[in-house]
Design a protein. Structure first.
Lengths: 305, 305
DNA sequence: CCATGGTGATATGGAAATCGTATCGCCACG
DNA sequence: CGTGGCGATACGATTTCCATATCACCATGG
C-alpha cells in the first residue's frame, strides 16, 4: 500500500466519528473540500466505497463498517508508537534472560540450565518462550541475552552456533485413517489442509515445509495460520488439518494428536544457540560453551524416545 | 501525531532491515538523499535519534530498538487494513478469531472447534495462543472475538461465562524424592523454590497459589519468573524448582516433569469463555452457546485421564 | 602518509501533492 | 417554490517530496 493512504484513514475515522464532513474537517484543522477529495482518493485507491453521503451527513457503508475495526487498530498502533516515543525520550542486575522456542523447551534448555546452575548458582536466569523471529528481535533489543531457536544464519549483529540437526515429522488428528500407518509418505498430505506457522514467525520452518512438499510433487494446501506451535497442534487435535512439525514437538504428547515419522526423512533447521555479539558478556559466553558441550555429548534428556 | 509521519516509519523500517540508506532507498523506489531527509524529519518530530550512522551503514540506536516492535506492529496494522480492504473488495468472508491460554489448548478448545465446524463449515476460525491478560487486551482491541482464559470476573466491556472448575496440581522434576509419593501435601513445598507466572499474566492463578500456600502455613519461596506455562514447566524439568499448575497442564506430559495431585485439593479459577459485549455477533453468540453446552455435558476429550 | 572509495548529508530546482477559497449541484424541508 | 445545508468541483497558491549534483567525512589499502 502507498503509505500516504494511512494519513487518509485518519480522515476516514474522523468523518465516521463526526458523521459530517464539515465537522470532521474542522476537527482535522482543514477545510471541507480537500477532506472530501482525500476521502475520494482513499476510496479509489482501495477500490471500496467507504461512506454513504446523505443529506443528513455521512455514515459508513457496509464495507466501511467492515474496515473500521482494522482502521481503528491502525490508529491505536500509531498512538502506541507515539506514546512509546514519548516515554523513550523521557532508562540491568546480574540476570541472564534466555529466549527459547517451544519445541526446544524440554530438549535443549533443561540440560543447559542444570549445568549453568551447577557452575553459577547465584546467577538468576529468566526464561521466555518466544518464536524464532521474536528471539532475533529480542536479542537485537537486548531483552534477552541468549536464544535457543531455529536461526539459520548469522545476521549482524546476531551470531549463532548450530547445536544439532532436526527433522520434520507428521502430526495428524487421532482417529485419522493415516494415523494407523507407522510412517507417513509426505505425498499423502497433498490434498490435506496443512496447518502452518506464518513465515514471519520462523522463515526456516516455513521454507522447509514448502520445499519438502514441492520435493514430493505438490504445493501445500494452506489451512489456517496460527501464532504458535501449540495453537498449531490444537488445530490438528481439532481435526482442522494436518501439520509438519519439528520432532521436538512430539515431546509434549498433546491429547488428540498422533505423530508419525516421514518415510523419506525431511531435515529441518535444527535448534541453534544465538546471541548478540555486540552485547556479549562472560555469562553469555559461558552459556554458549555449555550448550556446545552438551550438543557434542548429549545426555538421555535431550533425545526423543 | 501528524499522520504523515506514519509513512516515514516505513522508511525507518526499511533502513533498519537493510542496514544501509542506499539499499533501503532502492527498495523504497526512491533515491538516497530524500530518504535521509525523511528519516531526519521523523527523528526531529519524535525528538528521538533512531539510527546510528556509521561508515558501515546504519543501525538502530538503543531508542530505535525500543521503538521497533511498536513500529512493526504499526506496519502490520497497515498491512492488515490493506489485506482486509482487498478481501472486502473481492467479497465478504466470515472470520472468527479465538484466543486461548495454553492449558486450555487441548481440553477446552478442540471440542468447541469441532462442534462449531460441524455447524458452520464455511466459517474460518483463527486460533491464537495468548496468556489471560493478553486475551483481555485482545478482546478489548477487537483482535480476537472470543477467548478461553482464566477470567475471574466481568470487566466492562468484557463478559465471561465460567465453564468448569479447576484445581491446582503439583509439578516436580522427575527424580525428585517427592515424586515417589502418590500425592503431595502442599506443606512439603514450604522450603522449595516455587516457579511462578507473574501476577500480570494471570492474576487469578497467582493469587490462588499465594492463598493456597498461606492456607498451608507458609509463604511461597519465589524462584524465577517466567512468561509462559511452558517455560514454567521447563524450569521444573531443569530442576530449578517445583510449581503449582492447573490440571490442564498435565495433558502435555512434558519430559522431566512429574505431576501429582495435592492431598488437600486446591481449587483454581477455571477456564471461562470471554467476549467483548460491544463487539458481539451471531458467530460469537453461537460459539459461547457451544462452549456452554460442552461444559455442561463434557465428552471424553475434555477430561484428564 | 596519502589517495581512494563508500557512507550519509547538504543544496537546489522542479514536479507532485495538498490546501483554501469560490462556487456549484442537489434536494429535503418548511 | 424558495431556501439552506449537505458534499462536490474548479482553480490557483502553498507545501511537500523528489532527483540530481555535490559535499564532508573517514576507513582502508597501497
Amino acid at each position: 500500500m502507498d503509505r500516504s493512504l494511512i494519513k487518509r484513514f485518519g480522515h476516514f475515522l474522523a468523518v465516521v466519528e463526526e458523521g459530517h464532513f464539515g465537522r470532521a474537517a474542522a476537527r482535522l484543522g482543514m477545510s471541507q473540500p480537500p477532506l472530501t477529495a482525500q476521502i475520494q482518493l482513499l476510496e479509489r485507491a482501495l477500490g471500496v466505497k467507504l461512506l454513504e453521503r446523505t443529506r443528513q451527513g455521512a455514515r459508513p457503508t457496509w464495507e466501511g463498517e467492515l474496515l473500521l475495526p482494522a482502521v481503528r487498530r491502525l490508529e491505536e498502533s500509531a498512538l502506541a508508537v507515539e506514546a512509546l516515543a514519548r516515554e523513550v525520550r523521557l532508562g540491568k542486575r546480574e540476570l541472564v534472560t534466555i529466549g527459547c522456542i517451544t519445541s526446544a523447551m524440554f530438549a535443549t534448555l533443561p540440560p543447559v540450565m542444570r549445568e549453568f546452575r551447577r557452575r553459577r548458582p547465584e546467577t538468576v536466569i529468566a526464561v521466555r518462550e518466544l518464536d524464532t523471529s521474536d528471539t532475533l528481535e529480542a536479542l537485537r533489543r537486548g531483552e534477552i541475552d541468549l536464544a535457543f531457536a531455529r536461526v539459520e544464519r548469522d545476521v549482524f549483529p546476531i551470531r549463532k552456533q548450530a547445536l544439532a540437526p532436526d527433522r520434520l515429522i507428521a502430526a495428524l488428528p487421532e482417529g485419522d485413517p493415516l494415523a494407523a500407518l507407522p510412517e507417513i509418505d509426505l505425498v499423502m498430505f497433498a490434498n490435506r489442509p496443512l496447518v502452518m506457522l506464518p513465515r514471519a514467525i520462523s522463515p526456516a520452518y516455513f521454507d522447509g515445509v514448502v520445499t519438502a512438499c514441492h520435493d514430493s510433487g505438490f504445493a501445500p494446501v494452506p489451512a489456517r495460520e496460527v501464532n504458535s506451535g501449540m495453537a498449531q497442534l490444537a488445530l490438528v487435535a481439532s481435526g482442522l488439518g494436518v501439520a509438519l512439525v519439528s520432532s521436538g514437538m512430539a515431546a509434549f504428547s498433546p491429547p488428540g494428536v498422533a505423530f508419525r515419522p516421514l518415510t523419506a526423512p525431511v531435515e529441518a533447521v535444527g535448534v541453534a544457540v544465538a546471541w548478540n555479539q555486540e552485547r556479549e558478556s562472560a555469562l553469555t559466553r559461558e552459556l554458549i560453551e555449555i550448550a556446545q558441550d552438551i550438543a557434542v555429548r548429549p545426555g538421555p534428556q535431550s533425545e526423543i524416545s
